[in-house]
Design a protein around this ligand. Sequence first.
Ligand SMILES: [Zn+2]
Length: 474
Amino acid sequence: MTDAERLSLYRRFRPQRFADVVGQDLVVATLRRAVAAGKLGHAYLLSGQRGVGKTSVARILARAANCLAPKDGEPCNRCQSCLRILAGQSLDVVEIDGASNRGVDQIRRLREEVAYVPAGSRYKVYIIDEVHMLTGEAFNALLKTLEEPPPHVLFIFATTEPHKVPATVLSRCQAFEFGPIPDEAIARVLAQVAQAEGIALEPGAAELIARRSRGALRDALVVLDQLGHGGAITEARVVELLGLPPLSLVDGFLDALLARNADRALAVVGELAARGRDLALFVEEAAGRARDRIIAGEAALIPVAQRLIELRGELGRAFSRRLHLELAVIAHCGPPAAPPTEPPRPAQDRAASPPAQPDRGEQGGGENLGWEAMLKAVLSERPAVAAFLAPAAATWADGLLTIRLPRDCAYHHEALQDPQVRGYVEAVAHRFFTPLLAVEIVREGEREKPSLEEGARILAEALEGRVLREAGNG
Ligand SMILES: [Zn+2]
């Protein structure tokens, strides 16, 4: 099947009347009232994420404005004007794709055209999609028209990034924001379309598709289209198509976090990593699943869900998603069952679940690779110490390794000052950072990055110590 055919389901079920638009009730009601009252503005800006109905609403508005027999602000979709626009044959409705027409020529042509009255319609309608992509020059040309719009011209701009539209243009538009479409509404549309198409769709599968489409009805219908030709659509088929982790695994992970069982949670992470699964996607699924379970009454999952949402953002920037996730698990659960050499350690501070961000600072640099390798070693040798280091970031310059903990990690900081722990951290650091002259463990806010002089002093002391030792040896 070709992509064009795949899109057909979405195209066929595109709303043709305001009443059929899903999940944008306020926007639609306002526009309908304006049409019905004959009080349309000259320019509208429709903003919102992709797949939420902006273009559909723009086209409905274009027809409603020119319809010969409108009813309650709705286009009739049967008169000559409606039919011509629906067939894409009207000269009075022009669609411009801002993304592919960034040049000023088309807007210049537009400026010349707007002077003429429409060819047989009430309004000459310009729909400019992704309007923020226009060049500055094109915007300036557009602005000249917007400043003195002829009464028969109607501009409908659509954009996914309204903050990139110049204020001078914004101020001349009536702006409408399209929110993400609620999961329940998407699931309902999926069920209706499936029924109309004779596709067997499990309710659980519809819910899963809806949740994964993040408010974009178009994306949900594309998934339905992809799965609709292979027999009944089950949850398992959706899971497979979208590369999602099985629900049992997600629940197992959440149960392990609830029970603060690091071993079980780490086993799930290990299994996913071994299968090459996307761990960020997994964390997102886990957060979504936690939400469902909280709504079903498991309030104990609320802090877990909050941490998972934070973690999802952190993983996007992490140098090693697996390591970052493992350290976060340990920071939450406490250390896993310790190897025999593990000395007894104070209990993990469970009240505070600190943000684990070992990847802040420069990305992909030598120090990050060294820090990652060092944390891995600590994790396997002394997991409790790894839990203290988990929220830290590291910088390494001029032989000085600075391990920086977030401000709210006072307990971690204190635990790392224990002479035995500190000695161990320094010993491990020497294996991964060469040359290494000194290790500093600081907490943000409490003591900022050492000043240049201070750094020089530390360096000088360290060098001096070494020189003296070398002199003594020689
Ligand atoms: Zn009509």
